[in-house]
Write a protein of this length. Structure first.
Length: 109
C-alpha cells in the first residue's frame, strides 16, 4: 500500500500538525517504509506459533517481591475516599466562574 499525499495531509490534520513540504515528503516516505515492514511481517508463517494472551518479561521461577510469580501485584481495594470539597478546590483556582476552573484556550483552529 502506498501512502498518498492526501493521506499524509489527513494524518497531519488529525494530529494538528503543520508540516512543511519537505516534512510531508519525509513523512510519506517513513509511512511507506512502516507499512512495507508490516507487509513483510504478514508474510511470516505463524501457524506453529502458540497463541499468547499476555507477554511477560518475568520468568515464572523468579518471584517478584511486589507480587506473584508473574510480577503482577494484588489489586488493593481501599474503598471510597473523601475528595476535596468543591468549594475548597475552587478557592485555590486562579480564575473560576463559581462552578468550573477557567483556563486559557490552548488550541486554536
Amino acid at each position: 500500500m502506498k501512502v498518498t499525499e492526501q493521506d499524509v495531509k489527513y494524518a497531519a490534520d488529525l494530529a494538528n500538525l503543520e508540516l512543511s513540504a519537505e516534512e510531508q515528503t519525509r513523512m510519506r516516505r517513513d509511512l511507506d517504509a512502516i507499512l512495507g515492514y508490516i507487509d513483510r511481517l504478514s508474510e511470516l508463517d505463524t501457524a506453529n506459533v502458540p497463541r499468547m494472551a499476555q507477554v511477560s518479561h518475568m520468568n515464572a521461577s523468579s518471584q517478584s517481591h511486589t507480587g506473584d510469580a508473574d510480577g503482577s501485584r494484588e489489586d488493593i481495594h481501599e474503598g471510597l475516599r473523601k475528595s476535596l470539597p468543591h468549594s475548597v478546590a475552587l478557592q485555590n483556582a486562579p480564575d473560576s466562574d463559581g462552578i468550573f476552573f477557567k483556563v486559557p484556550k490552548v488550541i486554536e483552529r
